[in-house]
Each structure stands twice: as structure tokens, then as C-alpha cells.
Design a protein around this ligand. Structure first.
Ligand code: ADP
Ligand code: MG
Length: 548
């Protein structure tokens, strides 16, 4: 044993702890889920070390979680035989906030009453601190699995400081213990704790004991037959898996045997988690081999544009003791990825066809990401394009239409698909270049999502019809009309009139021409053949400002 060293929390951490202690009252029981989830993470790491390293502490110790309650004293402890923590890990992983989203979380919590729910905390990489909802003082005793690593005691009374000292502890793993606050004594009751575990942690891969009784019962839900899956079970599993507090929007069960063998249980969330679109570091699907968790953040199972999908994949085609590197380069992964991508896209197409309401909900949340698939997944480009939806001049505000529907409505003589972009339907409709199309009853799609401008131009054509921005200068106008209108224009506007404009605007514009497209507005700015359209230009400006 050694001297007691004192440490101060980061300022941001102090703020966080203050909030947890003083603002979180609902769902306080999630502290238990967070502690069990950390134990389970640590046990997974230990399992991998066991496979390759005979020298680790307690090599053959069973992988498990033990919770001990004392109702009289009002105490709680949870102990795992996981990987444990070194001194550096205690300081760096417990004393600091690792994730960038956390500050945002803080602000959101302060400003939005709805968000003051402890259930959200697991999403932000600060799950451990939820323990301060139910206690004022926490002790961690831990010994890392490395044979020469000493054991330590970490102690903290929450908001200000924590201490670390070396202790004698022979066992591998981590024990976390505390006395419950007066108003949180319920968490030293057997039945209460067991119920919470059943609710939140039933799917943990390791046995969780309360006293001598193993409490978690369900495992490997994805191995069940489709018809045997119950809704509540699926919802709880999804929540466990994703840290989401809402039920999923839908799920997809895949069981494949043949050239590639796997089972998958995938979920589409109801809403995008906070910061979802800015996140570059995201968790992928959970990868299992022979029912054993191999990786809980496997990004190789689906392309990035589908990273909103949560779930597990369990395959017989990978060896059990497979490493991250081997997994990545295994052809099995490529095969699974290909099948799953197709399944997810078909699943969405099915919603799009048969459950429009659900699809539009999904679309509102995740289409900005989905649509980028057009630029990155060439083999599925056509399937992704079918999933696009737009507002349109032929439909009332809020109604969405597909390219297929647009084409079906096209007039016989119309050769191209037209679109206009804008920040809102109203601003798109103010575009003077629309006048011609309105007058002639030609439908124009409204591109209102900024992402559209990066992806729609690369669609090029749909059912052999090219997609054209109405801002481009070379929009085709039918020959007859062209003649008529040209004559009219030539009568009313002499060449000298145009050159007068050119003289004045000499440095500001490429050219001044008589427009065949305006109906009511006297003048409009259009983009030259090679130029960016107006919205793209605006986007580029926006990106340069905010994203570099
Ligand atoms: P997260 O689990 O999202 O990383 P937490 O606040 O729950 O965030 O935990 C912070 C870190 O503390 C973990 O990443 C892990 O390094 C460490 N930790 C917590 N509990 C344990 C445990 N029982 N065994 C080993 N390490 C742990
Ligand atoms: Mg955690």
C-alpha cells in the first residue's frame, strides 16, 4: 500500500457532476445499468486477453458480475472479474470527460427541461458518474489483469476531488462500492435491484448475480425464430444495445444460410441521437461469432451511409478468437456487408411503398446520410435513388414525391426532370426561373435539404431522363415556343438595349441575354453553362465558414 494522492477534477467534469447530482431525478435506477455495462465491457476485454495470454492475473477466474446489497446498512457493491484498471486509467478514464458531445449535452440539459432525464446519460460516455445520483461517496478498488500491475483504491466525494492510493488486492477486476443516499435506499433492496437488472441488463453476456442468484436470463435474442420474437423483448434489447431511451422505429431480422452464414437483428431508431450528423467517431454494429461478442463497434458490417442502423450480427463463419485486424480483412465481412446492405435498402423500400408515414419519419431523420450513398456505393446507387423523396410544384407543401412518380406524371414531350433548390419551399418558389415552368405546367422538384445539392447532381439521369436545375442557363424550351417568344422579345427589345446593359454590368456578369423563360419578373440571374447553381454557391460559402 502507498500514500494517498489527491487529484482535482477538470472544470468541465465538475460542472457535469454538479448537474448529475442536482438535476437528474427521473430514472435514477439507470446508474445500475451503467455500472453493469462497464463491468460487461471490462469482462469482454478480459475474455480476449484470456485467449492469448496465460500470464494474466486469475487466468481461469469465471467471467461474472456480483452485486452485494445490505439493506440494513444501505450499502451497494458491484464487482467484476474484468480487465481492471491501471492507475493511469483511473486518472484518465474516470477523472476526465472523453467525449466531445458532452459539453453539448451539458448545455442541452440546462436549456431543455425535457432532457433532464438520467436515461440519456449512457450516450455520452459519462455513465459511471450516474452513480452520484444515488450516493455522495464512491470507492473503486481495482486491479488490472497485467501480472505486474498493482491494485488501487480510487475514492471520490463527487464534485471536487478524488484520491488514489495503492492497496493490497490479489484478485483481478474491479469492485465499486458505496453507501446509498437517504432517498435512494430502495437500491439496497433485492427485489428492486433484480427488477432493474431484468429491465435494463437482461442481455448482458455474462452472468449477473445478486447475492447468489443469477438474475439475467435472456441471451442471443437474434438466434430465436422470427415468430418467437416479442415486441417488448425487442424494444428492451434495442434500448440495451443502443443506449436509446425510445423504442425503435422498426426492426429487421435476417437469418442466412448458404455461402455465408449469419443471423442479424437490426434496428432503425425513432430519432437521430444528439450530434449524430457531425459525429465522425460512431459505434457500428455489434459483431458476434458463435454467440460470443467479438466487437461492439464493428464498422465493416454496413457502409457508413447506413450508420444509423443499430444491431447485432452473429456469424458461424469467423473463428471465435478472431482479432480486430483479422476480422477487418476477412472476406466474410465483405460478404455479410453486401447482403446486409441489400436487406436494409429493401427494408426501407418496403416502408416507402407500404408504410409511407413511417418512411417519412425515417426520411426526415436520416435521409441526409442515406442520400450520400449515391456518391459512395455505386453498386446500390439505383436502389438508393428509388428511396429519394422531394417536395414538388405538383404537390402541396409537406407532401413528398419520388422520382418514379415524377416521371409517371411527365408530359409526353418533356425530356428532362427539373429541380430547383432553396432553404425552404417558399424560397424555392420565389425563384423567378420557375415562372416559365409554372406557366407551362411543367413539374419542378424542390430540393430543400442542403445535402441534395451534393447528391442530386450526381444522379445525372433517372429512367434515361437527365436531371436539370432550372437555374442552369441551357434549359431546353420547345422549338415552337422558342420561335414565338424570340420574335416577341426581338420586337420589344432591341440589340442596343442589351448592349447598354452589358456596358454597365461589364465586370459583374458573364453575359446579358434576352430570356425566354421569364413570365412576370423583368430580370433574373442565371448561371453560365459551367457555373455552379445559386444554391450550390451558397452551400460552398456555408461550408467554408462552418466546416473548415
Ligand atoms: P464509457 O463506458 O462510455 O466509456 P463510463 O463513464 O461508463 O463511460 O466509464 C468510463 C471509463 O471508466 C470506461 O471507459 C472504462 O475505461 C472505465 N471503467 C469504468 N468501469 C470499469 C470497470 N468496471 N472495469 C474497468 N474499467 C472501467
Ligand atoms: Mg459505460
Amino acid at each position: 500500500t502507498g500514500p494517498v494522492q489527491e487529484f482535482e477534477y477538470q472544470a468541465e467534469m465538475k460542472q457535469l457532476l454538479h448537474l448529475i447530482v442536482h438535476s437528474l431525478y427521473t430514472h435514477r435506477e439507470v446508474f445500475l445499468r451503467e455500472l453493469i455495462s462497464n463491468a460487461s465491457d471490462a469482462l469482454n476485454v478480459a475474455r480476449f486477453r484470456q485467449l492469448t495470454d496465460k500470464s494474466i492475473v486469475d487466468h481461469d477466474a469465471p467471467l461474472e458480475v456480483k452485486i452485494v446489497l445490505d439493506k440494513e446498512k444501505g450499502t451497494f457493491s458491484i464487482e467484476d472479474t474484468g480487465i481492471g484498471m491501471t492507475k493511469d486509467e483511473l486518472i484518465n478514464n474516470i477523472g476526465t470527460i472523453a467525449k466531445s458531445g458532452t459539453l453539448e449535452f451539458l448545455h442541452k440539459m440546462k436549456s431543455d427541461q425535457k432532457m433532464l432525464d438520467a436515461d440519456l446519460i449512457g450516450q455520452f460516455g459519462v455513465g459511471f458518474y450516474s452513480v452520484f445520483m444515488v450516493t455522495d461517496e464512491v470507492t473503486i478498488e481495482t486491479r488490472h489483469a497485467d501480472a505486474d500491475s498493482p491494485a488501487y483504491r480510487w475514492k471520490s466525494v463527487g464534485e471536487g476531488k478524488f484520491t488514489i492510493e495503492e492497496i493490497d488486492r490479489a484478485k483481478r477486476g474491479t469492485k465499486i462500492s458505496f453507501t446509498l443516499k437517504e432517498d435512494a435506499k430502495e437500491f439496497s433492496e433485492d427485489w428492486r435491484v433484480k427488477n432493474i437488472i431484468k429491465k435494463y441488463s437482461n442481455f448482458v453476456d455474462f452472468p449477473v448475480y445478486v447475492g447468489d442468484e443469477k438474475v439475467n436470463t435472456v441471451s442471443a435474442l437474434w438466434q430465436k425464430r422470427k415468430d418467437d420474437l416479442k415486441d417488448e423483448e425487442l424494444t428492451e434489447f434495442y434500448k440495451y444495445l443502443s443506449n436509446d431511451y425510445q423504442a425503435p422505429l422498426g426492426h429487421l431480422h435476417v437469418a442466412l444460410e448458404g455461402s455465408v452464414n449469419f443471423k442479424a437483428l437490426l434496428f432503425i431508431p425513432e430519432t437521430a441521437p444528439l450530434g449524430f450528423f457531425r459525429e465522425t467517431e460512431y459505434k457500428g454494429l455489434h459483431l458476434y461469432a458463435h454467440r460470443i461478442l467479438i466487437q461492439d463497434d464493428c464498422k465493416d458490417l454496413l457502409p457508413e451511409y447506413l450508420r444509423f442502423v443499430k444491431g447485432v450480427v452473429d456469424t458461424e463463419d469467423l473463428p471465435l478468437n478472431v482479432s480486430r485486424e483479422v476480422t477487418q480483412s476477412s472476406p466474410v465481412m465483405g460478404k455479410i456487408n453486401k447482403v446486409l446492405t441489400g436487406k436494409v435498402l429493401s427494408f426501407l423500400e418496403d416502408w416507402a411503398q407500404n408504410d409511407t408515414e413511417k418512411y417519412e419519419k425515417f426520411y426526415k431523420n436520416f435521409s441526409p446520410l442515406l442520400k450520400t450513398g449515391v456518391n459512395s456505393d455505386f453498386s446500390n446507387k439505383d436502389k438508393i435513388i428509388e428511396l429519394f423523396r422531394f417536395e414538388s410544384s405538383a404537390a402541396e407543401k409537406g407532401k413528398m414525391t419520388s422520382l418514379k412518380e415524377y416521371v409517371a406524371r411527365m408530359k409526353a414531350e418533356q425530356k428532362e426532370i427539373y429541380y430547383v433548390s432553396g432553404d425552404s419551399r417558399e424560397s424555392a418558389e420565389r425563384n423567378p426561373n420557375l415562372e416559365y415552368f409554372k406557366k407551362h405546367g411543367i413539374e419542378v422538384l424542390y430540393l430543400l435539404d442542403p445535402v441534395d445539392l451534393f447528391v442530386v447532381p450526381s444522379i445525372h439521369e433517372y429512367e434515361k431522363k437527365s436531371l436539370k436545375s432550372i437555374d442552369k442557363a441551357d434549359v431546353q424550351v420547345s422549338k415552337d415556343e422558342e420561335k414565338q417568344e424570340e420574335n416577341a422579345i426581338q420586337e420589344s427589345m432591341s440589340k442596343s438595349f442589351l448592349s447598354a446593359f452589358k456596358e454597365v454590368l461589364i465586370d459583374k456578369v458573364e453575359d446579358v441575354i434576352a430570356s425566354k423563360r421569364l413570365v412576370e419578373s423583368p430580370v433574373t440571374l442565371v448561371v453560365g453553362k459551367e457555373g455552379m447553381d445559386i444554391q450550390t454557391e451558397r452551400m460552398m460559402k456555408m461550408f467554408n465558414k462552418d466546416f473548415t
